[in-house]
Write a protein that binds this ligand. Structure first.
Ligand code: CUA
Length: 336
């Protein structure tokens, strides 16, 4: 790579990183939870030290190259062997810097992993189990009898205690703006917590390679006001509505076909545990590992051939007749 190409590449890369950082997508640099902020502060602290060390070292290097380079006419430059004072200085200073980073990191680690004491909290904490599946995240609110998928809904300024588990392989739960990353390991429960301080939608991603569709295993955290959250909980706890027309016919297709073997719809005979719980499917903005918007077209496409959209996922192509797809979409869209 020539110097000019290298410079162009570097500028392009930096530009991309800056754009990615500012576009509102998930980034640890825009924290929205106390523990995420602690991580970002540690990152900034280490970056500043690195920048200072970089400037000092590069300045010394350039100075040495220019000032001590061999001039055409002169013979060998002055030969210098060893300088005890200098060697002590350049051993002690980096040791101090590394010790500083070590202890600041330990403090941050402690802060990030220990939940704030009850006395600091204004709202009662909530408890969620996050369960990794190939390839979607399931969210179980054991105290509320709610099971949902792809979108984790939480109230603002509330401690969320998260138990992270997996039913198959190792996944990793990570929502960069809302605190740390933690592995979802079969047979083990890992824990983390966060308190969202901003309303809105925060993107997350499975952060451990877990098979063919690892990149398609995303999630969002939707942060609501306490009133919106209470309304959401009420909606999720409500039984599915009485259906008529196409939706009712779609329900018959669902309950009479293969669907119920893999999916649960609360208070019906559909109690499958392989795929996402679909009880209030229509209340979610995204589906299929949070890669598709929950629209009529996308749900139809998915039912036509899930493998064409997410190759290797556990839902086979059921070769459903077009009319059944239409009825099923109508049913799913009525599950508000
Ligand atoms: Cu699940 Cu990567």
């Amino acid at each position: 790579m020539t110097g000019r190409k290298l410079a162009g590449f570097t500028i392009g890369l930096l530009g991309t990183l800056i754009l990615v950082g500012c576009s509102g997508t998930s980034s640890i640099l825009f924290p929205a939870s106390p523990n995420a902020r602690a991580t970002a502060q540690l990152f900034n602290f280490v970056s500043i030290i690195e920048a200072i060390v970089f400037v000092i070292v590069e300045t010394a290097l350039v100075y040495a190259v220019v000032h001590f380079s061999r001039k055409q006419s002169s013979g060998l430059p002055k030969q210098i062997e060893g300088n005890l004072t200098l060697e002590i200085v350049w051993t002690v200073i980096p040791s101090i810097i590394l010790a500083l980073i070590f202890f600041v990191s330990l403090g941050t680690l402690r802060f990030v992993t220990s939940a704030p004491p009850q006395s600091f909290l204004t709202n009662a904490p909530i408890h969620v189990r996050v369960i990794g599946h190939q390839w979607f995240f399931e969210f179980d609110y054991p105290d509320l009898n709610i099971v949902t998928a792809n979108q984790l809904v939480v109230p603002i300024n509330t401690l969320v205690n998260v138990d992270v588990q997996s039913v198959d392989v190792i996944h990793s739960y990570w929502v960069p703006e809302l605190g740390g990353k933690i592995d979802a390991i079969p047979g083990i429960t890992n824990q983390l917590h966060f308190q969202a301080e901003k309303l809105g939608v925060f993107a997350g991603q499975c952060a451990e390679f877990c098979g063919a569709d690892h990149a398609q295993m995303r999630l969002t955290v939707v942060v609501k006001t306490p009133e919106e959250y209470a309304a959401w909980v009420k909606g999720q706890q409500a039984p599915i509505p009485l259906l008529s027309g196409d939706a009712s016919l779609g329900e018959q297709v669902f309950m009479g076909g293969a669907c119920l073997g893999c999916h649960t719809i609360d208070n019906t005979k559909a109690q499958g545990k392989v795929g996402p719980n679909l009880t209030h499917f229509a209340s979610r903005d995204l589906f299929a590992g949070s890669i598709l918007a929950n629209t009529t077209d996308n749900v139809s496409q998915w039912l036509v051939d899930p493998q064409a959209i997410k190759m290797g996922n556990l839902m086979p192509n059921l070769h459903l007749p077009n009319n059944n797809i239409k009825l099923l979409v109508s049913f799913l869209e009525s599950l508000k």
